[in-house]
Design a protein around this ligand. Structure first.
Ligand SMILES: NC(=O)c1ccc[n+]([C@@H]2O[C@H](COP(=O)([O-])OP(=O)(O)OC[C@H]3O[C@@H](n4cnc5c(N)ncnc54)[C@H](OP(=O)(O)O)[C@@H]3O)[C@@H](O)[C@H]2O)c1
Length: 282
């Protein structure tokens, strides 16, 4: 395949897609962002936007939103891959969730699409604490979460993006499934302690039951499908012991160890996104 490809990065303004798009551009690839405000626009809820976004593309990074486990995801991935193949796209890299059975059905669709493919199954992102639903509790200094005993091998989105870029550019990754985790699994309490240490701020952690957590989301007026998904991600993904395993796939692909949660917390604190850091007394 030629050195420079036309690559559609769906979710190219999101947590992994943004970094994937930047790195691809640095490497001389021609990137088209697939998002609701892009030109042409790509919207998962409007299949009539997909053909124009796929036109002229050689490869595609598929980030489904909100999650491959939600009803309708399988149909959407089936239709998108059919359309991509028809449009002449030769390779697809799919972002999937480690430990989600529904996501594995979508992976199979990509694997059987007739295009070259790489499947990238990621553990919970570290960046959920700084770019997603765990940001607000961190800023509020009060984090109440269920599953206190679960150990989560949080993975850095920078590592995911680097693996995805390698997979998109290098045909040696065709047909591979990578399971990406950080280098160690930690509890929510430990993660909050790390962020406390990095910011110098006091953040209270409290363990709550999944039922109470769900009830608090409902009481806050969050939409039913959002509550369902967050509940699913805690219940299905974090309660399975195998999902707490640390893998070495980041190192296998990138030739360097995965980014540790401490490094993520320090870098994020230094960016100022969690507010001004408080100097530690020695
Ligand atoms: N977060 C995790 O811990 C985790 C772990 C494993 C796997 N994943 C997977 O990562 C994927 C992304 O999840 P995320 O929560 O981390 O989100 P994210 O990357 O922050 O995604 C948000 C992006 O989705 C785009 N988007 C939203 N609605 C869209 C729509 N209707 N059509 C097209 N694009 C839309 C937004 O782009 P515009 O606003 O520009 O449209 C935004 O760039 C999911 O498939 C999830 O299963 C997440």
């Amino acid at each position: 395949m030629k050195n420079s490809s036309n690559i559609l990065v769906i979710g190219g303004t999101g947590k992994t897609g943004r970094k994937v798009a930047q790195e691809l551009q640095k490497r001389g690839q021609k990137v088209r962002i697939g998002g609701r405000n892009s030109n042409p626009a790509f919207d998962w809820s409007k299949p009539d936007t997909w053909a124009e976004a796929l036109e002229g593309m050689d490869k595609v990074y598929i980030v489904f939103y909100p999650d491959l486990a939600v009803p309708g995801a399988l149909q959407a991935i089936t239709k998108l891959t059919e359309m991509a193949k028809e449009a002449g796209v030769q390779k697809a890299v799919l972002l999937s969730g480690k430990g989600e059975q529904e996501a594995e059905r979508c992976e199979q669709v990509v694997a059987q699409s007739g295009m070259d493919y790489t499947l990238v199954r990621a553990s919970w992102f570290s960046q959920n604490f700084s770019e997603s639903f765990l940001m607000e509790p961190i800023l509020a200094g009060y984090v109440a979460l269920p599953m206190p005993d679960a150990k989560i091998p949080f993975v850095d989105t920078g590592d995911i993006a680097e693996v995805v870029v390698e997979a998109l550019i290098n045909d040696a990754h065709n047909g591979q499934t990578y399971e990406l985790t950080g280098p160690r699994a930690i509890t929510f309490r430990a993660a909050v302690r790390e962020i406390e240490a990095a910011t110098g701020k006091s953040i209270v952690y409290r363990a709550v039951s999944l039922e109470d957590y769900k009830a608090s989301m409902e009481a806050a007026g969050l939409p039913d499908d959002y509550v369902w998904l967050i509940d699913y991600l805690f219940r299905e993904v974090l309660s399975v012991p195998a999902n707490q395993d640390v893998t070495r796939d980041v190192e296998r692909v990138l030739g360097r160890p995965a980014t540790d949660f401490t490094a993520y917390a320090q870098k994020t604190a230094a960016s100022g996104i969690w507010g001004e850091t408080v100097p530690q007394s020695v």
